[in-house]
Write a protein that binds this ligand. Sequence first.
Ligand code: ADP
Ligand code: ZN
Length: 721
Amino acid sequence: MNRVRCLVLNAALGPLDYKVPDGMEVGPGHVVECPLGPRTIIGIVWEAERLPGTEVPAEKLRPIRGILPVPPLSAPLRRLIEWTADYYVASLAGVARMALSSGGALKGPATITEYRLTGGMPERLTPQRLAAMEALEGEQATIRELAGIAGVSEGVLRGLVNQGVLEPVEVDCDRPYDEARPDFTQVELSPEQSEAADTLSKAVRDAKFAPFLLDGVTGSGKTETYFEPVAEALRMGRQVLVLLPEIALTENFLHRFEERFGVAPVLWHSSLKSTERRRAWRNVASGEAQVVVGARSALFLPFRKLGFIVVDEAHETSFKQEDGVRYNARDVAVMRAHFEGIPVVLASATPALESLQMAESGVYAKLDLPSRFGGAELPSIDLVDLTQEKPPHGMWLAQRLVDGIAERLERGEQSLLFLNRRGYAPLTLCRNCGFRFQCPNCSAWLVEHRFTRRLACHHCGHETPSPDRCPECGEPDCLVACGPGVERIADEVAERLPDARVFVATSDTLNSPGRAAEFIAQVEGGAIDVIVGTQLVTKGFHFPELTLVGVVDADLGLEGGDLRAGERTYQQVAQVAGRAGRGEKPGEVLIQTRHPEASVIAALAAGDRDAFYSVETEMRREAGAPPFGRWASIIISSEDEAEAREAARRIGDTRPQVDDLMILGPAPAPMALLRGRYRYRLLMNARRSVQLQDVIRRWLGSLDHPPGVRVGVDIDPYSFV
Ligand code: ADP
Ligand code: ZN
């Protein structure tokens, strides 16, 4: 029967059947072009028995237009797409689109023209031309890229092409990458590290599904440890995927990778240029790309012979995607390993409770690295009770913390102050009339940024110049900043310790790999004394001269109190504490708090992780929260508040009655307005036995809403705003 079922990339359509033209050979996984009305749409040929069919009779079927020149998506990847759509109650088309994530790659092989110096001289050697030629020595790139490198206009370079100084070279867009060498450097592992590495390497050789939790304290050498099984996979000619939570971390990681394997890994993240994307995608698909280091979207790349997956800093909440298909990359990574039949390791110093629970129940094998590499001690941790040791008026740092920084300054060591708040102050108000600056698109205050002299919304990106008078009452000089952000802390350090060289490290200042690299070099070179940073600096960095970490406000994360607040605070503070004393000099951590009695804070001070986890576990058990029960939320939004409210009410009114399932809401979301959309939420809490996804699909599937209404489902939600 020359009829095939296709999953087409349009979420509004179900699978469609097509006729296979004579002489065309297609099978499951082939990426094809299909007619749809007057248009052409991309589809993936699927096993017909796995997708609901259509009733269109054979003679009415339209033929497939053609097969795109890419390898067919593998069966394990097809199973992963099905599983992800099913588990997260998302459309198959939406998930499939994440796998076909480079439009260029689907078009097949291509070349581009690059240029390089010939060694010839121009007829007239102007200073500008000379400077350009010097800058381009050894470079080969497109005219536009070369213009950027040389800092001249493209016109100048075209002139040089005409004179034979630059020559064109045709380059394969998808040329392979330099080869990583598994034995480029020999690393001597500690006995603990060896044991873990050997177990993982053996699992790579066995090539069977095997999930691991690599639970190692900060500085224990988790990276060196999992590099060994990475090398083993390379020796076997298999591909490796390393998922990292943030781009800022990759610079440091790339450097270490290169030292170990002789070349940089293949990168995959959302800000790649389209040429880089297609090259990476096609090399992954051909099996040529050996190690891919990427953000969560790398999970859906079409690996040909994947042999090992690493999820580093696996507890990080940024693995959770919060829009589109709301999936958790940590969990999907385990499923990919399952379908591929390969090992996967989740590495963390502060594993998520869910992951620990999986290890305790024997689903994940646990590998422990209980001590720091090279005998470095874990830092000593002390609390600063802010109700007793009050900072001076209008300031935020207790004297003991400032004294600690001063001591480090004298000794030529470094300090890190952690506060998870970008900008200068989280709220600006008028002293005269009480006016507060609020985002017009969100239920949020505008955050003052003094560096850029702007007020910004951290939710939608809305920005406005900082005014010098109140827009409400017109008074000049009446605006006051309330509360601290990192910029304000940096000002305070500069004021109290004028000699200190302070650097504010946030996503505002480390917003490109180049800047991140520069920052690392400056810290390593001793050009910075005090880093004031957000969660961006809590992980990955290894600065031997950094011996003091101050947590400016440990209570911040506990405010608002969703059920994961305690865990998140514990992880964040433990991670940032882990930056202290990683070299030979011992580290010290001072945690400022108003609640030294809170169980999280007490556990941090006592360095008693087990105590914290057992209190937290009990609390979750009692609340029926994950991993003991399940949560899901439904988010209804519209630009029209009445429309959103009405849709939420209808969903609420048709709620199903199911045993062991509690449905709360609808209620206006805490962020009742976000990016111009009014939002309502329902929260579901179920026993593990409930088929939650089926219930949701049946419930929501029976309702229609006006086109302006969006209904999102969030399974295992992390965000409750
Ligand atoms: P973690 O990720 O567990 O916090 P890292 O992998 O960053 O720890 O290791 C901490 C430091 O110790 C790094 O500078 C790393 O290069 C070094 N290190 C760890 N293990 C070894 C080893 N076996 N040989 C040499 N250096 C090591
Ligand atoms: Zn906003």
